[in-house]
Design a protein. Structure first.
Length: 149
C-alpha cells in the first residue's frame, strides 16, 4: 500500500505525515509527501518536532506532486490532501483506482503554521488521524474524515 500526503509547500504538514506513517506503518505502508508549490527546504522546526517523537527526518525534502506522475514513479493507492488546494489541484492526475481523501486542516494554508507550537499542534492532529486510520483500515477500502481539532 502506497500513500501520498499532499500540502501546499511540502515543507510542514505532508513531510510530518510521511515520516510518521512510515514509522508506524511498520513496512506495511509506504508513505510519500509532495506539494503543489514546493518550498526550497523544510520549514524551521519540522525536524525538531519529529525528533521530539523519536522520528528521524528520513532525509525529507520538499518535492513536487508532479514527480508522482512520471512513468517510473510509485503510483499512490491513496492520496491524502492536507490543505484546501492540495487535492483540488491534483485530483484529475491520479488513476481512477486511487482513493482520494480530503483531510484539509480547516481553511488553513500551511504557510500559516509558523513556530514549533503550531507545528506540534498540527503534528498531534496528523498523528491522531493516522493512528485512527490505521486502527480503522483508513488506507483500505473505506474512508475516514480528518478528526476535528
Amino acid at each position: 500500500m502506497t500513500v501520498l500526503f499532499l500540502c501546499d509547500d511540502n515543507a510542514r504538514l505532508s513531510p510530518m505525515a510521511e515520516a510518521y506513517l512510515n514509522t508506524v506503518g511498520e513496512g506495511r505502508i509506504r508513505a510519500f509527501s509532495a506539494g503543489i508549490a514546493p518550498a526550497p527546504a523544510l520549514a524551521y522546526g519540522v525536524v525538531h518536532v519529529l525528533g521530539e517523537s523519536g522520528i528521524e527526518d528520513a532525509e525529507l525534502e520538499p518535492k513536487s506532486w508532479e514527480l508522482f506522475c512520471l512513468p517510473h514513479a510509485p503510483v499512490p493507492d491513496v492520496v491524502v490532501g492536507l490543505t484546501p488546494a492540495a487535492l483540488y489541484s491534483t485530483r484529475k492526475a491520479w488513476p481512477v483506482a486511487t482513493r482520494l481523501l480530503d483531510w484539509r486542516l480547516g481553511a488553513e494554508a500551511t504557510g500559516r503554521l509558523v513556530g514549533k507550537e503550531a507545528l506540534r499542534a498540527a503534528f498531534r492532529r496528523l498523528r491522531g488521524a493516522i493512528d485512527t486510520g490505521l486502527a480503522g483500515d483508513l488506507f483500505g477500502p473505506a474512508g475516514l474524515a480528518m478528526p476535528a481539532a
